[in-house]
Design a protein around this ligand. Structure first.
Ligand SMILES: Cc1cc2nc3c(=O)[nH]c(=O)nc-3n(C[C@H](O)[C@H](O)[C@H](O)COP(=O)(O)OP(=O)(O)OC[C@H]3O[C@@H](n4cnc5c(N)ncnc54)[C@H](O)[C@@H]3O)c2cc1C
Length: 552
């Protein structure tokens, strides 16, 4: 078997944090973080240095692949560490603690679909659990080989070599794409054809098409086509019992949809190897506006009116005052709604003006000249200016900043949900209040809890809560992690109790199981387990996610 430094063909990623090993914070970013840390702990903080491979003494791998598979399997320390966790707060914290109780025994890097089938066959023979791995950006314990003691070993199945656009149907505007392609690779392949998938999760740089489909990912556009679900035309999935390939159809009423079964299956039913995806023309006209409101309730009412108007803004992001302050997109005294329209077909002025009228009806104030400037011409780049631009930069760079904050003992996390409009006002007030109280109780410190909408639907918004609190000023990340676990339990219980979903787009994984088991009807969960038994009778695929792992 190749015990090469890495089986990856890409620039080395940090095994413990976000981005490539060569990615660093800028001086300005470090200065801003210093300032924030200084406010959280005026007496100073202890920062834990990032781990290196030599800090880990992993147990010997329990599996040896047959010689036919050994050429694309690795058990190097780097590969095993890179496939141990996803990228949640707890994942980064455990890496900083050098805490790795369950690294995968093997990491397989299939070069072609046939290799995936061979790994599944080997896993059946060896009673090994297989964890499909896109780019490992899961934030809910989705790729962690914590599978219990019922297996002889674990294999992380990394699809990064399956990263091609295989066919393009420009007439129907669709492409056949391999699952392991990263966001930027995909968009680069489509750009010369004037096309785009137009799916941009915050993790776009380091997440894959297969991961998006398997987790029902949400992109950053606010309305209409936001979920990956809407772009899937057909899928091809390898299960331990053989392939399931669906037909390419623009729509079909033929019974329950097999694609819908695979979308959101989180690696428990099979390995998605490719999909035909619906594409769009790249937008040419854009406009953005930043609208200030007196209070969250009137801003939410304006957003509700917009979401029910049929205008379908591409961006319609309500930021409460704390979120404005946290992201430095304004003075933090009033909530803002960032509005955006775009089109490949027509100027968007009329849509923007009507949206601003609706916002004005609810007390929204904006700089009319700035809006006009953003609408003028084919404003390529207008997105990158003003509050919208500041917001976008903070959004993309946040995961890089987060790693340093966690190393300094700060607990910094988010949870996202969706709730119907009728419940929103009391939901928002209760979640903010009870989270702040719970965090104060658990950590003994005051937390900043902020909220924004990531998506809006005609029947309700998707509120996304963030919080920042100092867990330990002495570099005691273990205590901070315990506090994070207690806070996580509170947020999981709270959103479900208040009528929201346990996850709007971050999947269930292992971390949201308790909430999922309450949200999904019992009979449905039994049916899902029965489907899994028929496709994966030995229960080898991603045990513990959505369905319980097999008993020892
Ligand atoms: C900083 C940050 C920002 C994020 N922003 C967003 C966001 O805006 N929107 C959003 O939806 N999510 C977001 N996420 C979560 C995460 O990026 C998504 O869940 C993403 O879809 C995972 O893609 P991946 O390729 O990294 O999959 P992985 O993390 O590798 O895997 C995720 C799950 O999918 C399964 N899986 C992966 N590939 C396959 C396959 N080919 N076949 C079958 N199963 C598979 C895995 O087994 C696992 O259960 C964010 C995460 C981070 C760290």
């Amino acid at each position: 078997m190749a015990d090469q430094p890495t089986g990856s063909h890409r620039p080395r990623l940090k095994f413990w944090g976000w981005g490539r090993e060569t990615d660093a914070l800028t001086d300005d970013e470090n200065a801003l973080i210093d300032q924030t840390l200084g406010m959280l702990a005026p007496g100073g903080l202890v920062e834990t240095p990032p781990p290196s491979e030599s800090d880990f003494d992993l147990p010997r791998p329990r599996l040896t692949p047959p010689s036919a598979l050994a050429g694309f399997c690795s058990s190097s320390t780097y590969d095993r560490l890179t496939h141990t966790y996803g990228k949640s707060y707890a994942d980064i914290a455990r890496m900083l603690l050098r805490q790795v109780p369950a690294a995968p025994d093997l990491v397989a890097f299939p070069r072609q679909e046939r290799d995936v089938a061979d790994i599944l066959a080997f896993a059946e023979e060896a009673n090994a659990a297989v964890i499909p791995f896109g780019a490992g950006s899961s934030v809910c314990g989705g790729v962690e080989p914590a599978v219990g003691s019922g297996y002889a070993g674990t294999i992380s199945l990394d699809l990064q070599y399956l990263n091609q656009v295989l066919e393009l149907d420009e007439t129907s505007r669709a492409a056949r794409i391999q699952a392991g392609i990263l966001g930027p690779e995909l968009e680069s392949a489509l750009r010369p054809h004037g096309l785009t998938l137009r799916h941009f999760p915050q993790s776009f740089e380091f997440s894959t098409l297969g991961g998006w489909i398997a987790t029902r990912s949400g992109g950053h556009y606010a309305s209409l086509y936001t979920h990956i679900d809407d772009f899937v035309e057909s899928t091809r999935t390898l299960t331990p019992r053989g392939p399931i390939e669906t037909r390419r159809l623009p729509g079909s009423g033929a019974g329950p949809s097999p694609d819908r079964l695979m979308i959101g299956s989180e690696g428990i039913l099979g390995v998605i190897t490719e999909a035909w995806m619906r594409l769009q023309h790249r937008p040419r006209w854009r406009g953005t506006a930043s609208v200030r409101f007196n209070d969250v309730d009137s801003a939410a009412e304006a957003v509700r009116a917009l979401s029910q108007s049929g205008l379908f803004p591409t961006n319609c992001r309500l930021l409460d005052a704390d979120e404005v302050r946290l992201n430095r997109v304004g003075d933090g005294r009033s909530p803002q709604v960032i509005l955006g329209f775009e089109s490949a077909d027509h100027p968007v002025d009329a849509w923007m003006h009507r949206a601003l009228e609706l916002a004005g009806d609810h007390g929204g104030a904006y700089d009319a000249e700035a809006v006009q400037r953003s609408l003028s011409g084919e404003a390529e780049g207008s997105q990158r200016k003003g509050a919208a631009g500041a917001w976008r930069n903070a959004f993309i760079r946040m995961p890089y900043w987060r790693d340093r904050m966690i190393a300094a003992g700060v607990i910094m996390d988010t949870f996202e949900t969706a709730v119907t409009w009728d419940r929103f006002p009391s939901f928002y007030a209760t979640v903010k209040r009870e989270m702040a109280e719970a965090i104060q109780r658990i950590t003994g410190r005051h937390a900043l809890v902020s909220c924004r909408f990531t998506h809006v639907y005609p029947d309700g918004p998707a509120p996304y809560f963030s919080y920042v609190v100092l867990g330990s000023d002495r570099g005691d990340i273990a205590s901070a992690l315990d506090q994070w676990r207690a806070i996580k339990q509170v947020s999981n219980d709270l959103v479900v109790r208040e009528g929201g979903t346990i996850t709007h787009h971050h999947a269930v994984g292992r971390d949201h199981r308790s909430g999922y088991d309450i949200q999904a009807p019992e009979l449905f969960r039994h049916s899902l387990a029965a489907v899994k038994r028929s496709l994966d009778p030995r229960g080898l695929l991603n045990p513990g996610v959505l369905v319980d792992p097999q008993a020892p």
